[in-house]
Structure formats: C-alpha cells, structure tokens
Design a binder for this molecule. Structure first.
Ligand code: PEP
Ligand code: MN
Length: 349
C-alpha cells in the first residue's frame, strides 16, 4: 500500500504513520519512503492480507491511501507504481566467501558447466580463486534438454564440491533441480542455483524459500520481468530474503547467439527492485568468443556480478565446452573486468 502524505506533513506525522503500520503488521513488513510531486509517499509492503487501511487513513497528515499490493510485493514494484519505491539495494551476504553480492564489490562466480571429476574441479577452483573469483560454479545435477545427454555426477558431484570447498576455501554455487534434493545441495552450497528451466517450478521455489542458504534464481528463457519477479516472490514469501537474480539470455528471433543477452533488464531491475542482479554471459551467448565483451558490458551496465563457465580444457568438457573459457583466458578477462569496474565505481578485488 502507498500512503500519500499531504504536502505540508510534518516529520512527526510521518513517524506516527510508521508506528501505526508497525503495530498493524506486527513487524512483518517493509517500508520505504520516496518523494513524489512534493508529497512524501510511504510504501508499506506486507505478506499478510489483513491490514486495516482505515487506521492509517485516519492519521494526521495523510492525504490518501492507495492499495498498491502487487503480486510480487517483496521482489519488486509493479510498473504503474511510483519509481524509486525500492531505492535501497539489499546485498546478499555470502559469509564463507567473505563477500556481499549487491554491495560495492563486483563478484565473479566461475567454474565448469558440470562437476566432472575431482582433479579438474580442484585445478579450476585454485585457478579461479587466484584470479579473483569468489565462488566456484559447477552443476552436480544437470538439467539437460535430452534425457540421453550426460545428466551430471549427482551426489558424487556434491561430495567433490564439498571437498574442493574445504580444501581451497572458495565458496560454492550449484544447482538444485528437485525439492527432494535441495537440502542436500544446501548443506554443501553457499548459494543454491535454480536454473532457467525451473524458474516456474513452484514446489522447488517454495522449498528454496524454506532454506537458510541464499538462492540464485535464473531467468526463464521466455520469462518477462514480471514473471521473474513473481518467481522470486515465491522464495521471498516463504521466508528466505536472500535472492539473487541472474539474467542468462532469452529466446528471440536472433540466430547469431544461443540466446539474446538482455542487458537492459539490469536497468529495469534497478528501477523496480532491491534484489542484486548478476549476468551469465556463457549461456546467454553460447560462444566463448563473445563472453569477454558481454562480461565487460555487464559490469558497465551496473550488474552486481557474473557467472562464467571456465574449464582447464574446454575441448574435453562434458557439457557446454563451446561456450567455456580456458582458465588462462578467464585470468586475462578478470584483469580487464577490474578496469571497467573501477571506471564505474565498483571493485573486483
Ligand atoms: C547452468 O548454469 O548450469 C545452466 C544449466 O544454466 P541455465 O539454467 O541458465 O540454462
Ligand atoms: Mn552450461
């Protein structure tokens, strides 16, 4: 809901509205303030439905109360709502990795598409950590288009991630595909990844919302921003506040790349949400030659991080080798990314 204060409302009157809102919601609400046409507008977001609008409407200094409860009230604002309702950016802390995604630091998550074997995973982790990546990516459970393709190393892969995390001290992000395995994933991972194909797997989203581990929610390849916010809402409404959005390319008529990287969505998210957003240039382009330029563009456009596929020998990678950077190319890219990050007031190291 939006409370529009009269143009000459005092600070005390605003404080009284905030007090009544807190009393009504029992603390389970979020408030933000913005100025609109000379009026203070108080946005009050609740997950409950039994809010007594009358009590707020009767407060001194209140000109109008608008019912703006959107279908994704925690994830972002609907387009018709006043801009700047979510001016604050809420970073997601990853304690083991010692970083906050969505803070001043630009965070890179890198590793193979799939967890294949311990030796390659260890080599990759050491190398990307040395280059400045804060988390190792790698799917143990792989969502594959064909049931005959390699489906991942499953629980063995999770165990390899656990060993590598403990040995090298790098954080880990890995995908959960089913509600039944999400707890096992969450025991190992610092971030649970929900893949593009599962963006609207509602039982999975709900289960992710019950975990205490942060969740990276990839955009469905044909999803609008509104559908993406609504998917994030399932996780947030279940009680997990730590959601990171990840743009990974959408389906368009273009044939020159695997998907079309929607860079403009970074700006749209920034206007309408406080959730951090990172970019996956590997799946978006499907071509290792396009990954460096799209990575740099993402930093410049205000993304909070990158999810990049890299492997000691992409030619023998079991999945997505064609879009995977060799470790040396990844190292060089990190140096360039740092320069772009500094130019836009962020830092990589
Ligand atoms: C992945 O990152 O491993 C992956 C499968 O990506 P997406 O869900 O974006 O296709
Ligand atoms: Mn992949």
């Amino acid at each position: 809901m939006f409370v529009i204060m009269s143009a000459n409302a005092s600070a005390r009157e605003v404080a009284e509205v905030l007090r009544v809102a807190s009393e009504e919601c029992g603390g389970t609400h979020r408030v933000s303030l913005a100025a609109r046409d000379g009026h203070m507008v108080i946005s009050i977001v609740t997950t409950g439905t039994s809010f007594d609008y009358g009590k707020i409407g009767n407060c001194r200094g209140v000109e109008a109360v608008e019912d703006g409860e959107s279908p994704y009230r925690l994830a972002g604002s609907v387009e018709s709502e006043p801009r700047g309702m979510f001016p604050r950016k809420r970073g997601v802390e990853i304690p083991f990795a010692g970083v906050t995604i969505g803070g001043n630091e630009f965070v890179v998550l890198a590793g193979p598409c799939a967890v294949e074997n311990l030796e390659d995973l260890l080599e990759t982790a050491r190398s990307v950590k040395q280059a400045g990546a804060k988390l190792l990516r790698g799917g143990a459970f792989k969502p594959r288009t064909s049931p005959y393709s390699f489906q991942g190393t499953g629980d063995d892969g999770l165990e390899m991630l656990r060993v590598v995390r403990e040995t090298t001290g790098i954080g880990v992000i890995t995908e959960a595909m089913e509600p039944a395995t999400i707890e096992r994933v969450s025991e190992v991972a610092d971030i649970i990844q929900i893949g593009s194909r599962n963006m609207q797997n509602f039982p999975l989203l709900r289960e992710a919302g019950r975990q205490s581990t942060p969740v990276l929610l990839k955009r469905g390849m044909s999803a609008t921003l509104e559908e993406w916010f609504s998917a994030a809402e399932y996780i947030l409404a279940e009680g997990n506040p730590d959601v990171i959005l990840c743009e990974r390319g959408i389906r368009t008529f273009s044939r020159h790349s695997r998907h079309t990287l929607d860079i403009s969505v970074i700006a749209a998210i920034r206007e309408r949400s406080e959730l951090p957003v990172i970019i996956d240039p590997s799946h978006a382009t499907g071509s290792s030659s396009m990954v460096p330029s799209m990575s740099k563009a993402s930093v410049a456009a205000g993304a909070d991080g990158l999810l990049i596929e890299t492997h000691p020998d992409p030619d023998r990678a079991l999945v997505d080798g064609f879009q995977t950077l060799p470790l040396g190319v990844f190292d060089a890219l990190m140096v360039e990314l740092d320069r772009v990050a500094l130019a836009v007031g962020r830092r990589l190291f």
